[in-house]
Design a protein around this ligand. Structure first.
Ligand SMILES: Cc1cc2nc3c(=O)[nH]c(=O)nc-3n(C[C@H](O)[C@H](O)[C@H](O)COP(=O)(O)O)c2cc1C
Length: 145
């Protein structure tokens, strides 16, 4: 059956945390990022991805049907596991409209930002509230660079 696409005017955002599989390297991260940017540009999705230690934290935003379709792919993707949704919400405006997928890596400058949002010794996105996850992504983003 043809997938339902008639709700393209309804925008939503989803933020999740996951853990990279042990065999995923920095090179794999670059590939994930490139794949995300190419696909998202074609699918009307924008967002922000960060990784630190072996954790991913990502926000994807776009037409509801596309976000749900991507969620199925993400859950099936063996490069990471234990995907936990932190927040879903409807949007009137995109937060990451200028980026098919913005990203932040654990640079020295970013280390202090991750630490600011950590309640434990190490950064752990599973412990973040939705508000903190949004604030962290905002601070890490090149919006401030
Ligand atoms: C942490 C992580 C983030 C990802 N982000 C995206 C994304 O934003 N957009 C996307 O299309 N695929 C993303 N992917 C890849 C998808 O899981 C999936 O492999 C891809 O969408 C499959 O599409 P393709 O085979 O047509 O390239 C991500 C994968 C991982 C592990």
């Amino acid at each position: 059956m043809k997938p339902e696409t008639s709700d393209a005017h309804i925008l939503m955002s989803m933020t999740y945390a996951s853990r990279a599989n042990p065999n995923v390297s920095a090179k794999d991260f670059n590939e994930i990022l490139k794949q995300a940017q190419v696909n998202n540009a074609a699918n009307g999705i924008t967002g922000m991805l960060t990784f630190n230690k072996d954790y991913f934290l990502q926000t994807i935003e776009g037409p509801r049907a596309q976000i749900n379709r991507l969620l199925y792919s993400l859950i099936a993707d063996e490069r990471h596991y234990d995907l936990q949704v932190i927040e879903t919400r409807e949007l009137t405006h995109r937060v990451w409209s200028e980026w098919s997928m913005n990203y932040a890596t654990p640079t020295e400058k970013n280390a202090a930002i991750y630490l600011k949002y950590s309640t434990t010794i190490d950064f752990n996105p599973y412990l973040l509230s939705a508000q903190s996850a949004n604030d962290l992504m905002d601070e890490l983003s090149s919006k401030h660079n």
